[in-house]
Design a binder for this molecule. Structure first.
Ligand SMILES: *Cc1c(COP(=O)(O)O)cnc(C)c1O
Length: 232
């Protein structure tokens, strides 16, 4: 027995508390349920319990699930996107949260133009400068976004980050704080084609701290669906 509905209610109440702590409304925080390794049947339970945003890391995995889910939902890509999968990704996802290189941005631009659509993206920042993670170096964030802004069919809608893992979520607070400051700085630049709307940060282990530091989009898997089983 999985307690998905209960888990979601519990997370929503924790989001509410964290939002209030930072003087904001629960409604201003988007909850993305992260569904990697989770079956369509279980994902459907989350959607039936009120989830409207779903996040997948891999294009192929998402492709096998999206048609099976009933309801008014949007899918976000939250994992590294290979250039040869861009075309399919643009068909499946309403937001690409993981724009992590200019070569990828150019490929998205090329495909988006062919498909005559505009594509919303978040720029992934490697806030902990970790070798194992994708993302733009924080020091290059602004110039990267200025370059991407010149690509007509791409709309930058904000930033995404995965903080380094720490046992104690308090230890990631400085990373979230730095993300917030990059976000605010770029917002003030008022770059054409760029809207700093979403600051996507916070996962099961650290979402409350992320919200307290200004996140308005959290991506949560384990705390909704339980520990992932990669053996299946
Ligand atoms: C897996 C994943 C999450 C969710 O992580 P949990 O710890 O299970 O909540 C969020 N964001 C990204 C990019 C992920 O890959």
């Amino acid at each position: 027995m999985l307690f998905i509905k209960e888990n979601i209610a519990n997370i929503e109440s924790r989001i509410k508390t964290a939002a209030e702590k930072s003087g904001r409304n629960f409604k201003d925080i988007s909850l993305v349920a992260v569904t990697k390794t989770i079956s369509p049947e279980i994902i459907q339970e989350a959607v039936d319990a009120g989830i409207t945003l779903l996040g997948e890391n891999k294009v192929q995995e998402a492709r096998g699930k999206i048609d099976k889910i009933k309801g008014d939902v949007e899918w976000h890509l939250i994992g590294h996107l290979q250039r040869n999968k861009v075309k399919i990704a643009l068909e499946l996802f309403s937001l690409i949260q993981s724009l992590d290189s200019f070569a990828l941005a150019e490929e998205i631009q090329k495909r988006a133009r062919q498909m005559q659509k505009n594509v919303d993206v978040l720029v992934q920042i490697n806030i902990g400068l970790e070798k194992t993670k994708y993302g733009i170096n924080p020091a290059d964030a602004e110039s990267f976004i200025e370059s991407v802004a010149s690509l007509e069919n791409l709309n930058v809608k904000g930033l995404m980050a995965i903080a380094p893992f720490k046992e104690n979520p308090e230890d990631v607070r400085p990373y979230f704080r730095e993300m917030r400051s990059i976000f605010e700085r770029i917002k003030q630049e008022s770059i054409k084609n760029v809207e700093m709307k979403y600051l996507s940060m916070g996962m099961s282990n650290d979402f409350e701290v992320a919200i307290e530091e200004g996140s308005n989009m959290v991506r949560i898997g384990t705390a909704i669906f339980g520990a992932r089983d990669y053996s299946k």
